[in-house]
Every structure is written in C-alpha cells, then in structure tokens.
Ligand binder design. Structure first.
Ligand SMILES: Cc1cc2nc3c(=O)[nH]c(=O)nc-3n(C[C@H](O)[C@H](O)[C@H](O)COP(=O)(O)O)c2cc1C
Length: 214
C-alpha cells in the first residue's frame, strides 16, 4: 500500500491473478468507470484507440455469455480432469473454473473489450498489431481491478462462437469482441501467483545462451 491508501504498482502486478470465485454483491458504475479510464491509458498501434467496451449487467445477456462459456469449457474441463488427474495445481484451476460456471449468472458485471475494424486474413505481423492494440488495455483493466480490491478473470471461451457472441451483444460487423472479463468482489484472496522463473526463459543475444544464471 502507498501512503495515500492505493495499492502499490509492484504489489498489484505481483498479486494480480485470475479470481473466479466472486460474491454477487453489486459493483457501482463509478468503480467500473474508474477502471475503464485506466484501461484506456494503454497504448494502441498508431495510437488508433480503436477499442470499445461493453459493460454487461443485464441478466439475459450474462446468461447468454454463460451458455457460450459452458459449451466450450465443459468438454475442455472433462478432458482436463483426465489428462491432468495427477496434477494438483491443474485440478485446483479446473475446480475454480467449475465454480465460475456454476455461479456465472450471479456475477455482478462482465466487461467485454472489443476492437473496431475488421480482422483481415493478412500475415501474422498485422494480427500482432491488431490484437496487440487491446491486450495492454485488458491488462490495465485487470491491474486496476486488483488495485480496487475487485476480483477479475480474463476469459475467451464465451466468445469462441463469434456469431453467437455478436448476436448476444448486438455487435455490428466492424466491432470484434476480444475477451470477456467477469468482475466482482472476491470470495478469497489474491496471489502471489506462481510463474516459471525468468532465468529459465531469458536468453542473451542468441537463443539458448542463458542470460541469467539460477
Ligand atoms: C488469452 C487468454 C485466454 C484465457 N481464456 C480463459 C477462459 O476462457 N476461461 C478461463 O477460465 N480462463 C481463461 N484465461 C485465464 C488463464 O487460465 C489464467 O490467466 C492462467 O491460468 C493464470 O492464472 P493465474 O493468474 O491465476 O495464475 C485466459 C487467459 C488468457 C491470457
């Protein structure tokens, strides 16, 4: 915590994680606006700022996204339970996702960051610039939620069926939904998160030449 009661940036970055178990208590628009104002401080390619955000509160729209999520997640979880049956960490993750699916309709608010413009089937470099213009804002949103004491989790399963997602959200053709972020006050606690040490992933000048010794 900083002197003025805010969560220190390093603390927020170190403890931000996917929080799926959320309380049904409401989250005020004032808070959501604060998060979105911080989200759009992020960079975009050529400073296009070609983002739009759908704040979902309508139970029917939430239920529609929940149905889409379950369609993709349930077979995925079923396979995961078999493949990862000896992996405690993966089984914990599966349980958290199951909890989220069961309580989806009680989630107070879901934010759907979108990109304006059409995703042309062009080379990867184009894709990298396009999707790279929304993920910094998404990460800002997640960090801002963490700083506010809110729980959030980045999901994409609810949008795998693009046609259905567009229908549920009434999206025009030139607006592409990118992620679906359920948000609310958390049941449990934040991180710390566990990640592979950077020493194992960093190379000096050439791939394979370890930059930092463990
Ligand atoms: C591109 C992307 C898509 C994701 N899609 C989903 C999803 O559909 N459902 C879900 O429960 N989590 C999803 N996640 C969350 C990851 O499972 C989560 O970030 C990862 O397990 C790390 O969790 P932790 O931060 O709590 O350690 C997604 C994350 C990313 C970056």
């Amino acid at each position: 915590m900083t002197e003025n009661g805010n969560v220190d940036l390093v603390e927020a970055m170190s403890t931000q994680r996917a929080i799926r178990r959320l309380r049904p208590d409401p989250v005020d628009d004032e808070v959501i606006l604060k998060l979105l104002r911080l989200a759009v401080k992020a960079p975009t390619g050529s400073n296009q700022q070609n983002w739009e955000f759908i704040v979902v509160r309508d139970p029917k729209v939430k239920a529609g996204l929940g149905k889409q999520n379950r369609r993709v997640a349930l077979p995925y979880l079923k396979a995961g339970k078999i493949v990862k049956r000896r992996d405690e960490k993966s089984l914990r993750l599966i349980k958290a996702v199951e909890w989220q699916l069961e309580h989806w309709d009680e989630i107070p608010v879901i934010i759907v960051p979108c990109l304006r413009g059409i995703s042309w089937p062009l080379p990867w470099i184009y894709k990298s610039s396009r999707y790279g213009s929304i993920y910094p804002a998404i990460q800002n949103l997640l960090l801002a939620a963490r700083a506010e004491g809110l729980g959030a989790a980045l999901t994409t399963f609810p949008l795998w069926n693009r046609v259905a997602a567009r229908r549920i959200l009434h999206l025009p053709l030139h607006v592409e939904p990118i992620a679906c972020i359920p948000m609310g006050w958390p049941v449990g606690k934040y991180g710390p998160t566990t990640r592979t040490p950077v020493e194992e992933l960093t190379h000096l000048d050439h791939y394979g030449n370890r930059a930092y010794k463990t």
